[in-house]
Design a protein around this ligand. Structure first.
Ligand code: FES
Length: 167
């Protein structure tokens, strides 16, 4: 009889331990799933690379973010490659040093500021932050480009690219 009780007690404890472990595993999984993702696809945050590698006189394309990064002084900025006119992708033209939209001929300077063409404003920007020297673009946080007006930089304009961009 005593042996039977010991076995029953043992099995009861094992069940309690098993249920306890299952509850801990379920709680951990729930907590993990509900945590916001540090890095994700377009619409979320995307790591670019070291801030010190962001070009100051040109741009770097970041396909995952549909963006170009460049420097505005010491600040890293990210421009959405989507034209504010009708949404074409606006390529950077290395020879002219500006963005040239191939669809209807809107032009923007290196900071995405409006230069000419049918676009109603400059290129839209994504929010950026630098964490431990690494640039992160928040593609879910978009600021519309500034309306046409004076440019904040004075950089020379070279020969344009055929059909816009691809320099
Ligand atoms: S879509 Fe770029 S100028 Fe029309």
């Amino acid at each position: 009889m005593k042996k039977y009780l010991q076995r029953r007690e043992f099995l009861s404890k094992m069940w309690a331990w098993g249920l306890g472990l299952a509850a801990v595993a379920a709680a951990w999984t729930t907590w993990d799933v509900l945590q916001p993702s540090q890095t994700s696809g377009f619409g979320g945050s995307i790591k670019v690379g070291d801030s010190e590698d962001v070009p100051a006189t040109s741009v770097e394309t970041v396909p995952a973010a549909q963006a170009y990064v460049t420097k505005d002084g010491d600040e890293d900025i990210a421009l959405w490659w989507r034209c504010p006119h009708l949404g074409c992708r606006v390529p950077w033209c290395e020879s002219s040093g500006q963005f040239e939209c191939p669809c209807h001929g809107s032009y923007f300077n290196r900071l995405g500021e409006y230069r000419s063409g049918p676009s109603p404003r400059g290129m839209d920007r994504f929010a950026t932050e630098v964490v431990e020297g690494v640039v992160i673009i928040d593609t879910g946080n978009i600021t519309p480009g500034a309306p046409p007006g004076p440019e904040s930089i004075d950089e020379p304009v070279g020969p344009p690219c055929e059909g816009g961009g691809q320099g």
